[in-house]
Design a protein around this ligand. Structure first.
Ligand code: F6P
Length: 359
């Protein structure tokens, strides 16, 4: 197949490093004499007319270090169940996307996204659209790749936040709870907690007992460390209990998590008699410049995606299998979540440090 024109889009929640991938795709494509068309706001660029633009190396100069995505994104734009504002229902626009792909004379698509966007990409692949996926998420929860870009930046930010909470916690002899993102996986909480020297880390993979967390805090008090830091993943839940939900999911909207930090804070105050405060890091974890690690990973992903397009290896996703960037079939990742294994070395290390995991 003779490839001349590649479309590129970013879908789902943003993650630091998206622009680095766009830049890498545009630059490496240009160096292979391929034209790149940027599609705006995820698959909206294939649904609505005039939501695309040509991207030249000039257009991507200087974006390597910038968070967000120059193409825009949405996590409400599934073309197979597109939300209709007026009726409140959904409509299937997938056929229109395939038509638009051909109208724009695209030969291939590079789809950068998380599990939701990559599942949509897989559906288009099954309908004959030649495409390559690039995994993105701060949550690090995509299977078949050791890392996604955005994760390292989120962990670095959360670690710095924990460092800052340490000094005020110690000054006031308080318990500081910090709620981090990560959806149903505890990667951010575990890594930032270990890097920040937390005293308890609660992750979705290990349902927690508040009594166990309180016992650890009181134990620290007894030996003179009168403050504690508790990292709570937004998807953590108590033994026999449920996750804290801010907004229920619908056909076109994934359940939004949040609020477990506040619940844990209130319970700790009650169980320990100590003053506790809750900090929710929220979208600060997704903003800002990508770390050097994420820039390199994103750039490698982008360059490899163009190689796969040139080789006609469609229906694949670029993945990090250290030390290499490889191609894995999209069908292997659809509908799966990469959780922290409960016997993972970093969990064992956390326990060896005396960090309470809530069990
Ligand atoms: O998947 C990335 C993520 O930031 C999750 O960690 C979080 O649960 C979710 O997106 C938040 O989504 P929104 O940006 O729609 O609030």
């Amino acid at each position: 197949m003779d490839i001349k024109r590649i479309g590129i889009l970013t879908g789902g929640g943003d993650a630091p490093g998206l622009n680095a991938v766009i830049r890498a795709v545009v630059k490496s494509a240009a160096n292979s004499c391929l034209e790149v068309i940027g599609l705006e706001d995820s698959f909206d660029g294939l649904i609505e007319p005039d939501r695309w633009r040509t991207l030249t190396p000039r257009d991507v100069t200087g974006i390597l270090r910038i968070g967000g995505t120059i193409l825009g994104t949405t996590n409400r734009g599934n073309p197979f169940a597109y939300p209709i504002q007026t009726s409140g229902g959904t409509r299937d626009y997938s056929a229109r996307c395939v038509e638009m792909f051909h109208e724009l004379k695209l030969d291939a698509l590079v789809v950068i996204g998380g599990d939701g966007t990559l599942s949509i990409a897989y559906e288009f692949h099954k309908r004959g659209v030649p495409l390559v996926g690039v995994p993105k998420t701060i949550d690090n929860d995509i299977v078949e790749t050791t890392n996604t870009f955005g994760f390292d930046t989120a962990v670095s930010f959360a670690t710095e936040a924990i460092d800052r909470l340490h000094t005020t916690a110690e000054a006031h002899h308080r318990v500081m709870v910090v709620e981090v993102m990560g959806r149903y996986a505890g990667w951010i909480a575990l890594y930032a907690g270990v890097a920040g020297g937390a005293d308890a880390i609660l992750i979705p993979e290990i349902p927690f007992s508040l009594e166990k967390v309180a016992a650890r805090i009181m134990e620290r008090d007894r030996y003179g460390a009168r403050f504690s830091i508790v990292v709570v993943a937004e998807g953590a839940k108590p033994i026999g209990g449920d996750v804290a939900v801010v907004k229920e999911g619908t056909a076109d909207y994934v359940e939004r998590l949040g609020g477990m930090g506040a619940r844990v804070t209130a319970a700790i105050e009650k169980l320990t008699g100590k003053e506790a405060r809750n900090t929710v890091l929220g979208h600060l974890q997704r903003g800002g410049a990508p770390t050097s690690y994420d820039r390199i990973l994103a750039t490698r992903f982008g360059a490899r995606a163009v190689e796969l397009v040139k080789a006609g290896e469609f229906g694949t996703m670029v993945a990090f299998h250290p030390p290499n960037i490889v191609a894995v079939p999209l069908e292997k990742i659809v509908g799966r979540t990469r959780n922290v294994p409960v016997d993972f070395d970093v969990i064992r290390t956390a326990r060896a440090m005396g960090i309470a995991m809530g069990d």
